[in-house]
Design a protein around this ligand. Structure first.
Ligand code: FAD
Length: 242
């Protein structure tokens, strides 16, 4: 369906937030699902014209939807940056099975960079709906430009069941928080009994594969681990063998 760009926001220095208003009734979706965004530029074809994006906003924010895109020098991203409010794109129906599944276990969400998008949606939706399940988010970034940090911190103040740990692996001198990469030791430091938790991991494929391997090392059963790989980002997690 066609959708009109209504608002553009800078999310730190490296990512862009784009709000779109679909020109018709957008289907209900589950927080965490994704769409394909197709640009209308006649000169673009194939992968330069269409990219997959998780909806970073929540179903309760319809009729508008938010896409958060990490910058890169690609042809697609350049064209995305040139969009202006009033411009039209095509957005496909939402799909995907990376959403917060029902259960009693407390949850750990592990995000690598822009891999935070499904968690922003899931967390805002879940706490608005009255969830009381404890959720701890381990959110790793290279620099202190952390997309959605203010939204997440505000949410954690309103909902005591939510706690946040940020790690910045190439921080400015002023950063006093975690600087370590996420490893099995890091996970154990924040989660003394990992077998009692459900884990959700999202980010570039290398990071997701590395974190899945850490959870296996920690003996977390496979059916307690949900992953979403942002295929297309090839940055290697320094600990992955990919
Ligand atoms: C389910 C899902 C959700 C995503 N959500 C987000 C999001 O919320 N925010 C965000 O910034 N990014 C998201 N991505 C990643 C996004 O779709 C792009 O792949 C990524 O932004 C890289 O684009 P690029 O223009 O920088 O690289 P490009 O130059 O377009 O791509 C680099 C290389 O990766 C290949 N490639 C690109 N996209 C894909 C793909 N989807 N599958 C397989 N190969 C591919 C290209 O052919 C090329 O070889 C998501 C991806 C998936 C699969």
């Amino acid at each position: 369906m066609d959708a009109t760009l209504t608002k553009v926001m800078e999310l730190g220095s490296y990512s862009l937030g784009l709000w779109f208003k679909p020109q018709g009734a957008f289907p209900q979706f589950i927080a965490g699902q994704h769409v394909t965004l197709v640009l209308k530029n006649e000169s673009l074809t194939g992968a330069n014209k269409a990219h997959t994006y998780t909806i970073a906003s929540t179903p309760m924010e319809l009729p508008e939807i938010l896409i958060a895109s990490k910058d890169s020098p690609s042809v697609f991203k350049k064209a995305l940056r040139e969009l202006e409010p009033g411009d039209s794109v095509t957005i496909t129906n939402p799909i995907g099975d990376f959403y917060l599944h029902e259960g009693d276990r407390p949850v750990v969400m592990i995000a690598g960079g822009i891999g935070i998008t499904p968690f922003r949606s899931m967390l805002m939706q879940a706490f608005h709906a009255g969830i009381t399940r404890a959720i701890h988010v381990l959110y790793s970034n290279k620099t202190v430009d952390i997309a959605f940090k203010q939204d997440l911190d505000d949410l954690a103040v309103r909902y005591p069941a939510l706690s946040m740990t940020y790690t910045v692996t190439e921080p400015a001198a002023s950063w006093s928080g975690e600087k370590r990469l996420i490893t099995s030791e890091f996970i154990s430091d924040y989660c003394a009994n990992p077998l009692g938790f459900d884990f959700y991991v999202c980010g570039p494929p290398g990071m997701v594969n590395a974190c899945s391997a850490f959870l296996t090392e920690l003996h977390v059963p496979q059916d307690q681990v949900y992953v979403e790989r942002f295929t297309g980002y090839h940055a290697l997690h320094p600990h992955s063998k990919q």
